[in-house]
Design a binder for this molecule. Structure first.
Ligand SMILES: Nc1ncnc2c1ncn2[C@@H]1O[C@H](COP(=O)(O)OP(=O)(O)OP(=O)(O)O)[C@@H](O)[C@H]1O
Ligand SMILES: [Mg+2]
Length: 313
């Protein structure tokens, strides 16, 4: 059953889990605003909110209390394509969300004995992935069953983090988790790769921050010839600068592009999305996948003060 507004296609999909077991590092902010930027570039993009806190759902303007079904229903039940299509919400031009609900917190115990508990999200994604070009999964701040489902379904892991010394240790643990899933004795997802790190709430002026970024760059460079899932990983540029508008927009249920399109947060997420789009288009071209016509949103031009979108005329 088609999802309204989303054409079906057999084109490849870029499936990325945004993950960091540390809380409050910018996972949700990056999922929502990177997805919004990708959608604005004309790519049908789905956010899967896999966090019982439902922050991505709320930030995209969907009230978890008023939805008929959520990702929880699809994980627990049989995700027929009709059910999956009914659960996906259209939240703007090219942008969709499969919402979360606090029920999702029960998944861990409800699926504890299910032999296919790690494959539940794979089945959900299979039921509609051909309709999207990018799927971004917002993970909860833990390495529990929900995050493991995201890592089993995804092809890539993107790690939002703040450039602090202690955060590096957490990233080491996270990379080992990815390696265990991709290359352990019984690999669950051998295709899983680490795309890299997105630096969030970034302070470009601090010496400590610069040292941490240099360490990360050096770590990924040193892994280029190793047989590890982060062999191709990098620290994405630009970093996302600290910007209060990014903290404000979720309470209005809007992405930064609708809330404050001229803020530095919009500039940074747009530039980050451009990197993802460029890489993806190069990958598709190398695979011989024909380009399709896009319908990107017009750029915002500063005409009437800081946060005023350009008139559509
Ligand atoms: N670049 C930024 N500038 C200013 N505030 C930001 C920025 N990025 C994120 N924040 C704010 O920091 C807080 C944590 O961000 P976010 O919710 O995205 O983190 P998270 O990793 O998803 O958290 P959790 O682990 O609880 O899911 C939020 O209040 C968010 O609005
Ligand atoms: Mg979050």
């Amino acid at each position: 059953m088609p999802i309204p507004g989303v054409p079906s296609s057999s084109r490849p999909v870029r499936l990325i889990a945004l993950m960091n077991q540390k809380g409050g590092v910018g996972k949700t902010t990056t999922t929502v605003n990177l997805a919004a930027a990708l959608a604005r570039s004309g790519r049908p993009t789905l956010v899967i909110d896999l966090d019982p806190q439902a922050h991505a759902t709320i930030a995209l303007g969907v009230d978890p209390a008023s939805i008929a079904s959520s990702v929880y229903d699809l994980l627990i039940g049989s995700p027929t394509s009709e059910l999956a299509a009914g659960a996906v919400h259209d939240v703007g031009n090219n942008l969709f969300v499969l919402p979360s609900h606090t029920d999702l917190a029960a998944t861990e115990s409800e699926l504890a004995m299910a032999p296919d508990r790690l494959q539940r999200l794979v089945r959900v994604v299979e039921s509609f992935q051909a309709r999207f070009e990018f799927i971004l999964i917002d993970c909860p701040p833990s390495l529990g069953l929900l995050t493991l489902n995201a890592l089993t379904a995804a092809r890539e892991v993107l790690i939002p983090m703040q450039a602090h010394f202690l955060a590096l240790q957490g990233v080491g643990k996270l990379l080992e988790t990815v390696r265990a899933l991709a290359q352990g004795p019984q690999p669950i997802n051998p295709r899983l790769k680490v795309a890299g790190v997105v630096l969030c709430m970034h302070d470009t002026s601090s010496t400590h921050t610069k040292e941490v970024v240099a360490d990360l760059d050096g770590f990924f460079e040193a892994a280029r010839s190793d047989d590890v899932p982060w062999r191709m990983a990098r620290v994405f540029r630009p970093a996302i600068r600290r910007n209060i508008k990014l903290a404000e927009c979720p309470s209005f249920g809007k992405s930064i592009f609708d809330y404050a399109p001229l803020a530095t947060g919009a500039e940074d997420y747009k530039a980050l999305a451009d990197v993802f789009v460029r890489d993806w288009d190069a990958f598709l071209a190398a695979k011989g996948v024909a380009p399709v016509e896009r319908n990107p949103e017009p750029p915002v031009v500063e005409t009437r003060g800081v946060n005023t979108p350009s008139p559509s005329a």
